[in-house]
Ligand binder design. Structure first.
Ligand code: SAM
Ligand code: DTB
Ligand code: SF4
Length: 329
C-alpha cells in the first residue's frame, strides 16, 4: 500500500508518542516520504489574514491579546466596513495569496453580524479568492448560511489537549469546539482546525492534541500549527518557549497522522529562523500566512518570505508558471 492511501482515524496515544520519540532524522524522513506521496514538496499555499473585528472578546483564552479579560494593549475595532475588507483582499490577491482569512474576536457571531460577514464572503469570493472565516462558535443554521454564501473554509482550533484545555480557557469547553467542528463538517464547509504549541503544555498534551485532530471523523482539510506568540498582558506571557526541534517534530507528526491535510506553519514565524522554517517545510508543512500582520501581531514581511521561498526553491500556488502543477489551494 502506498503512503497516499493510509488515512487512519484510530491513532492511539502510544503510537503517536512513539512517532515523537523516533530519532529526528527517521521522523523527518518518514514525514517527508508521506508528504511527497501526497503533495508537490516544493509547493506552499499562501493565505492572508485580516482581523475584521478586533478586541473586547468575552472569552478568556489565556494566550490571546483580544480577550477583554486580558491586559494586552491593542487597538479595539468594531466590525470593519465591507469596502475596507475588499480593499485588503484585493491587495492580498495582487501579492499572490490564494485564500483570504477573516477573523473576528467573538464568542459567536450574532445573526446580524453574520449577515455582514456573509456580504464579505461573497465580495471576497467575487475577487477570485478562496474564503475562510473564524468567528467563534457556530450553530447548525449559521453554518448552513455560510455554506450557501459560498464559504470555502471555517477555522476553529482545538487549541490544546482536552487534558490541558481547562488551564487555558474556562469560558467554553473542548466539547463546544468539537460541536462547532461537527456543524462545519455537516454543512460541507472545509474544516481548518489545529492548535497552539508553546503554552507550557507537556509532551503528552501535544500527543493528545494531535490524536484528537487525527481521530476526528474526517481529517481537517487544513491544520494550522501555531507557535504561541507571547503577548504582554496575557496570562501566558513569559511561558517557557517550545524549542524549535520540538516544534518541528510536532509538524512531522501532524504530517504523518494526517497525510492528506494541508499543514499550515501558522503563527510564530516572526520569531523563527529561516532554518527552522525550512525544517518545518521538510517535515511536511505546506502552507503559511503571508503578509506582515497576523491578527494583532507581526508576521514576517512579504519581502523576507519571498527571499526565503527563493532560497528554498519553493513556489506558491499562485505562481503562474507552476499553477498547472498545484493540486491544492
Ligand atoms: N474568536 C475566534 C475563536 O477563537 O475561535 C476566532 C479568532 S481566534 C484569534 C483564532 C485562533 O488564533 C485561536 O483559536 C488560536 O488558536 C489562535 N491564536 C490566537 N492568539 C494566538 C497567539 N497569541 N499565538 C498563537 N496563536 C494564537
Ligand atoms: C490560526 O490558527 N492562526 C491564526 C488564524 N488561525 C486565525 C491566528 C493567529 C493569531 C496570532 C496572534 C495575533 O496576531 O493576534
Ligand atoms: Fe476571543 Fe478568539 Fe481570542 Fe479566544 S482566541 S479571546 S475567542 S478572539
Amino acid at each position: 500500500m502506498s503512503d497516499k492511501s493510509i488515512l487512519r482515524h484510530d491513532w492511539s496515544k502510544q503510537e503517536i508518542s512513539a512517532l515523537f520519540d523516533l530519532p529526528f532524522n527517521d521522523l523527518l524522513f518518514r514525514a517527508q516520504s508521506i508528504h511527497r506521496a501526497n503533495f508537490d514538496p516544493n509547493q506552499v499555499q499562501i493565505s492572508t489574514l485580516l482581523s475584521i473585528k478586533t478586541g473586547a472578546c468575552p472569552e478568556d483564552c489565556g494566550y490571546c491579546s483580544q480577550s477583554a479579560k486580558n491586559d494586552a494593549e491593542i487597538e479595539r475595532e468594531r466590525l470593519l466596513p465591507l469596502e475596507e475588507v475588499i480593499e485588503k483582499a484585493t491587495v492580498a490577491k495582487e501579492n499572490g495569496a490564494s485564500r483570504f482569512c477573516m477573523g473576528a474576536a467573538w464568542r459567536n457571531p450574532t445573526d446580524k453580524n453574520l449577515d455582514k460577514v456573509i456580504d464579505m464572503v461573497v465580495a471576497v469570493k467575487g475577487l477570485g479568492l478562496e474564503t475562510c472565516v473564524t468567528l467563534g462558535m457556530l450553530t447548525d443554521e449559521q453554518t448552513r448560511r455560510l455554506k450557501k454564501a459560498g464559504l470555502d473554509y471555517y477555522n476553529h482550533n482545538l487549541d490544546t489537549s482536552p487534558e490541558y484545555y481547562g488551564d487555558i480557557i474556562t469560558t467554553r469547553t473542548f466539547q463546544d469546539r468539537l460541536d462547532t467542528l461537527k456543524h462545519v463538517r455537516d454543512a460541507d464547509i472545509n474544516v481548518c482546525s489545529g492548535g497552539i504549541l508553546g503554552m507550557g503544555e507537556k509532551q503528552t498534551d501535544r500527543v493528545s492534541l494531535l490524536q484528537q485532530l487525527a481521530n476526528l471523523p474526517k481529517h481537517p482539510d487544513s491544520v494550522p500549527i501555531n507557535m504561541l506568540v507571547q503577548v504582554e498582558g496575557t496570562p501566558l506571557h513569559g511561558t517557557e518557549e517550545i524549542g524549535p526541534l520540538d516544534f518541528i517534530r510536532s509538524i512531522a507528526v501532524a504530517r504523518i497522522t494526517m497525510p492528506e491535510s494541508v499543514v499550515r506553519l501558522s503563527a510564530g514565524r516572526a520569531e523563527m529562523s529561516d532554518e527552522t522554517q525550512a525544517l518545518c517545510f521538510l517535515a511536511g508543512a505546506n502552507s503559511i500566512f503571508y503578509g506582515d500582520r497576523l491578527l494583532t501581531t507581526d508576521n514576517p514581511d512579504e519581502n523576507h518570505d519571498q527571499q526565503l521561498f527563493k532560497k528554498l526553491g519553493i513556489n506558491n500556488c499562485e505562481d503562474r508558471s507552476r499553477q498547472a502543477t498545484c493540486a491544492y489551494g
